[in-house]
Write a protein of this length. Structure first.
Length: 404
């Protein structure tokens, strides 16, 4: 004959704990009475149908209605036990951090952004221009300052020279080209300085939550890369320090997506980019390739740049009469840019006019899209665009014409 077991303190349901305690004190009850109770008491019903449980401590307490004093007390005790069990089974963040440190995992500090600065000089005849290491170049507003990594000598008759530079402060930096144009201190015969390419590098300091999530991923795969997810995590977290986008395509050889029906066993192509969709540097690709040596078995892994499908949006819209037009147009453009942002990793996401229409007309202040009776609702794209699994949509321009 089955017996009523002691309460399981590992459960998270105080009603069930109370039901077990009430059954132990009040004695057996009928099936009809149990059926009238809450869903959590079904476990007790199964015990009752199976037979009589342990002898009750107080058989004279046959009333187990919710209004009974002893029932109320036992329900409170059940709730307290559940809270205690929940607290006992929680691992403090402090202890989690110490456990992860056993694997050599520490919270990462912010890293500094890097770029290449182009100096233009106007030297006298037969004069070389020396730009010392540590030369400071900043943006027009002075919010960001970069420091040259080494000495640069522009030998006559050359008038231009490039040198690497590092941001003086840690953290992720995103700058367009030609924004680092101000010398902190003038240098003789240097007429101009700039960054020819956009700056998209550096990482912010890792939060505790991010470090713990990275530690869990490490414990899952260790230093053995087996699955596509293992490869993605190793490239993104170990090499790119969590700042970027990585997507693995198993059975694709050397980035050849021309025929996805032809699978190449043992080959994987890794699409890697910065958070804004820019290709990573040659150094980062080399570091990823080195990390892939942890792959188990005869695996060949290739690192390639992203493949984008560019498109633009054009539409005529009617706004609400009292709404500011410029603000509404700006809000629509922001919503569209956020929806198709590269950082979301929208691999294979089709460019659907229905989604574009929903975003435009769903922006507060927009009354509706005004379309030509004989034409499409939006001017461009004129038709839906289906993307391959390895392609990413990239929104170039948004043209909105406000009509009466």
């Amino acid at each position: 004959m089955p017996l009523l077991q002691p309460p399981d303190l590992d459960i998270r349901n105080e009603e069930l704990l109370a039901a077990l305690a009430i059954a132990r004190v009040s004695g057996p009850r009928t099936v009809e009475r149990i059926d009238s109770q809450i869903t959590a008491l079904r476990y007790e019903r199964e015990l009752t149908l199976a037979g009589t449980s342990l002898p009750p401590l107080c058989p004279e307490l046959t009333n187990s209605n919710p209004s009974s004093p002893h029932t109320v007390l036992l329900e409170v005790m059940g709730w307290l036990l559940a809270q205690q069990a929940r607290n006992i089974n929680q691992l403090p963040v402090r202890d989690q951090i110490e456990f992860h440190r056993l694997f050599g995992i520490e919270q990462r500090e912010a890293t500094k952004a890097t770029t290449t600065l182009l100096f233009t000089t106007t030297p006298p005849v037969d004069t070389d221009v020396v730009i010392p290491a540590g030369t400071l170049v900043k943006t027009a507003d002075g919010s960001l300052i970069f420091e040259t990594d080494e000495e640069l000598i522009v030998s006559y008759p050359e008038t231009e020279g490039s040198v690497g530079a590092t941001c003086t402060a840690g953290g992720r930096v995103l700058l367009s080209s030609a924004t680092l144009v101000v010398l902190e201190d003038p240098i003789a015969f240097v007429s101009a300085v700039t960054n020819d390419a956009p700056v998209d590098s550096g990482t912010d300091a890792e939060t505790v939550e991010q470090a713990l999530a990275r530690a869990l991923n490490y414990q899952r795969h260790g230093e053995r890369l087996v699955s596509a997810r293992d490869v993605e995590d190793a490239a993104l977290e170990d090499v790119m320090l969590g700042s970027g986008i990585v997507k693995a395509f198993p059975f694709v050889k050397a980035g050849d997506f021309s025929d996805l029906t032809h699978l190449h066993a043992g080959h994987t192509t890794l699409v890697v980019m910065t958070p804004t969709g820019n290709p990573v540097t040659t150094e980062v690709k080399a570091a990823i390739a080195a990390a892939m040596e942890q792959a188990i078995g005869s695996q060949r892994i290739y690192v390639v740049d992203p493949i984008f499908v560019d498109f633009s949006i054009e539409a005529d819209i009617k706004v609400e009469s009292i709404a500011p037009q410029l603000a509404i147009v700006a809000a629509v453009k922001k919503n569209l840019a956020d929806f198709y942002a590269t950082r979301k990793g929208n691999f294979g996401r089709a460019i659907l006019r229905s989604e574009i229409i929903a975003i435009i007309e769903g922006t507060p202040g927009v009354d509706r899209i005004v379309s030509d009776e004989d034409g499409p609702i939006v001017g461009t794209p004129a038709a839906d665009v289906v993307l391959a699994p390895f392609e990413l949509p990239r929104l170039n321009t948004v043209t909105l014409n406000v009509v009466a």
